[in-house]
Design a protein around this ligand. Structure first.
Ligand code: ADP
Ligand code: ASP
Ligand code: MG
Length: 441
């Protein structure tokens, strides 16, 4: 079996949905099709939640109305038959009635998750109806019946596997299954999600759960590029990446993949392919356990919204147990640390989730002076064993020479050098590294 995941832009226009239908039916394998919401929808749903949280019901109402118009126009074009249009109109009414009811009740975080789930519920139901209209036999597989996370927001892979096996064995003759990306149930059995961009994660979790032959992530670009194509010109797709390289790039900002989407596939050794819905025959990127023999830097990514915390304390001097105490504070507030550097008298680290920053700071102050800097970016430079290759670090540093570096992390893994810069330098740094490291490719 295989998994094919289509992102927002791949289902965001009626003609693209038809293309998705062509792609899933040309495959001969039994396939679980994972769909995101139509592009732009989740952003609008986020805005509805924000408006409601701020008590601005009229603003929320006008976003809901605008979105409904969009879906009506979309379906008018998507469906040709009377039955198809009728079914679509019922789906739209059902989900927008739900959103309108929410306007009347008091808002809370759990309702917000229900709002956010509407995008994937709509896209999959509409796509399933399109398959019906076109006479393509498929099974609708509600993600809320098998995708779950525990109280620490971690996916329950074993449970997911058991539930999926059960459903799939009920449909032995069927070859196409349609399900939602992103959404799941939490430990309280409420609707929840796998965070923004989470449909990639869904695909990888399903791939691991069913030991798929491949997880295909279909998007709007021909694979993982060697630098951020939104910022740098003339970036190139990378044909092959190892799981470790892809995980570093995804974690450190390559938006094409959700940060956590590699580990499930890696754990079960399921290859992941990044493919372009708009150019289905392009090679894309294949991610496997195989480590490339090609040396040097393979790719660069950047992660925004980083906050650095420095704890300066002469008491720390060589004291054992000090780092443990510092880390325990972050653990207590479930805040993960990205980068870390230490000196004799200070420790600097970075976080991207500032929800608990204030309490963390208060607790850290018992150890010494705490300084906080916001608006930073981590630039991550990835390549196989770049640590072992002569001159690579020198080359990287030459490119970075004009920019003030707040932190440098080297040696944490053999594949990665990361630097922390002010966000305002990010674009220049990415371009400078591109020119200095890839110009002879
Ligand atoms: P989808 O909606 O299909 O999930 P995303 O917008 O989440 O698609 O991811 C695809 C986008 O990721 C591309 O359009 C591209 O602009 C952006 N991107 C950022 N960094 C990279 C990179 N290194 N390689 C390829 N795409 C990247
Ligand atoms: N629709 C969700 C989002 O926009 C999930 C996804 O697209 O992967 O974040
Ligand atoms: Mg995405």
């Amino acid at each position: 079996m295989k998994v094919m995941k289509f992102g927002g832009t791949s289902v965001g226009r009626p003609e693209r949905m038809h293309q998705v239908k062509d792609l899933i039916t040309r495959s001969e394998d039994r396939t679980i099709v994972v769909l995101s919401a139509l592009s732009g929808t989740t952003n609008e749903l986020v805005k509805i939640g924000e408006a409601l949280a701020a008590g601005k019901k009229e603003d929320a109402k006008s976003i809901i109305d605008g979105l409904k118009q969009h879906y009506k126009a979309f379906c008018e074009e998507l469906f040709q038959s009377f039955n198809g249009k009728n079914r679509a109109s019922k789906i739209i009414e059902e989900h927008f009635e739900f959103l309108n009811i929410i306007l009347k009740i008091s808002f809370n975080e759990s309702i917000n998750k229900d709002i956010l789930a509407q995008g994937e519920l709509l896209s999959t139901k509409l796509f399933y109806s399109l398959l019906e209209e076109l006479g393509v036999k498929a099974v609708f597989l509600p993600a809320l019946e098998f995708m779950s996370i525990d109280e620490y927001h971690e996916p329950e892979l074993q449970k997911i596997r058991e539930k999926l096996e059960k459903v799939l064995s009920r449909y032995k003759e069927d070859t196409i299954f349609v399900t939602q990306g992103y959404i799941c149930k939490n430990h309280r059995n409420e609707v929840d999600n796998l965070k923004r961009g989470g449909s990639d994660y869904t695909a990888s979790l399903i791939g691991a759960a069913i030991s798929a032959s491949v997880v295909e992530i279909w998007t709007d670009i021909d694979g993982m590029h060697n630098n951020d194509p939104r910022i740098v010109e003339k970036t190139k797709p990378i044909a092959k990446l190892s799981f470790d390289e892809a995980a570093e790039l995804a974690y450190f900002g390559a938006k094409i993949l959700h940060p956590a989407s590699i580990w499930p596939a890696q754990l079960h050794n399921v290859p992941v392919k990044l493919l372009n819905t708009m150019d289905p025959d392009a090679d894309g990127t294949t991610i496997t356990s195989e480590v490339s023999e090609k040396g040097g830097v393979r790719a660069i990514a950047a992660k925004d919204g980083i906050t650095a915390i420095k704890i300066k304390s002469s008491r720390m001097l060589l004291a054992y147990g000090f780092l443990r105490k510092v880390f325990e504070i972050f653990e207590q507030y479930q805040t993960s640390i990205d980068m870390i550097t230490t000196s004799e008298v200070a420790i600097s680290l970075t976080i991207d989730d500032v929800t608990h920053l204030k309490v963390i700071n208060n607790e850290l102050e018992q150890f010494g002076m705490v300084e906080v800097d916001h608006n930073l970016s981590i630039i991550c430079i990835v390549g196989n064993s770049i640590m072992d290759q002569k001159g690579v670090l020198q080359q990287v540093m030459n490119c970075l020479e004009p920019y003030p570096l707040r932190m440098v992390s080297y040696g944490g893994s053999r594949h990665n050098v990361s630097v922390l810069v002010e966000a305002k330098f990010k674009a220049e740094v990415l371009k400078s590294l591109n020119a200095g490291l890839f110009s002879f490719d």
